[in-house]
Design a protein around this ligand. Sequence first.
Ligand SMILES: Cc1cc2nc3c(=O)[nH]c(=O)nc-3n(C[C@H](O)[C@H](O)[C@H](O)COP(=O)(O)O)c2cc1C
Length: 210
Amino acid sequence: MTQFIKDAQWRYATKKFDTTKKVSPEDLASLKEAIRLSSSSYGLQPYKVFIIENPALRAQLQPVCWGQSQLVDASHVIVYANVTNIGEAEIDAYFNNLTTTRGIPIESIQGYSDFMKSKITSLSTESKNNWTSKQTYLALGNLLNAAAELKIDVTPMEGFEAEKVNEILGLNALQLNASLIATVGYRHKEDATQHYAKVRKSSEELFINL
Ligand SMILES: Cc1cc2nc3c(=O)[nH]c(=O)nc-3n(C[C@H](O)[C@H](O)[C@H](O)COP(=O)(O)O)c2cc1C
């Protein structure tokens, strides 16, 4: 069995965090790097990621996150916010980064840039927002797996009122929307959930071999 699979079996969506344990700056840096390295469609990474430690802010978020205790008990709260109504500026920023990073002339990617712009800007606002939100799930997956390797617990969360989170964090003005939340820290020894057997579809049910 690979270490990855062992880590995947170890992790679970933590319901109760140990309030006395903090993720170290070194480990937090590793988790951020795992998020930063996430794959995304076209490589655009159309989101921002908020790392929240501030207790007052977290207390303010808790009621709009279905009252979930992890918001205040975990070491850190991470909010993935997707770009809303993505447009040419985001795409230009990506190509500026690409040409600088790889030292290639902007003219060499003009055709691809135009293609990408035409594909993305022709979508409805709703489709654009759906699409940018989907990209955040990959960055969440990377966080879950990177944290498991470090024996750090994460609860992925969709259980929150996005408009209220947007309001509290001032996301609308930044052309962002709260897509996902992840609470990060260490499981409480009394969290019974850690002992539950994993519920997953069997391989026979999940995979179709053609
Ligand atoms: C996108 C997403 C949203 C979730 N939202 C919540 C949530 O709001 N609160 C919570 O306690 N668990 C949440 N979960 C945890 C799932 O219920 C859990 O991952 C699933 O039951 C599988 O169990 P495991 O991750 O413990 O193996 C969420 C998981 C995902 C992937």
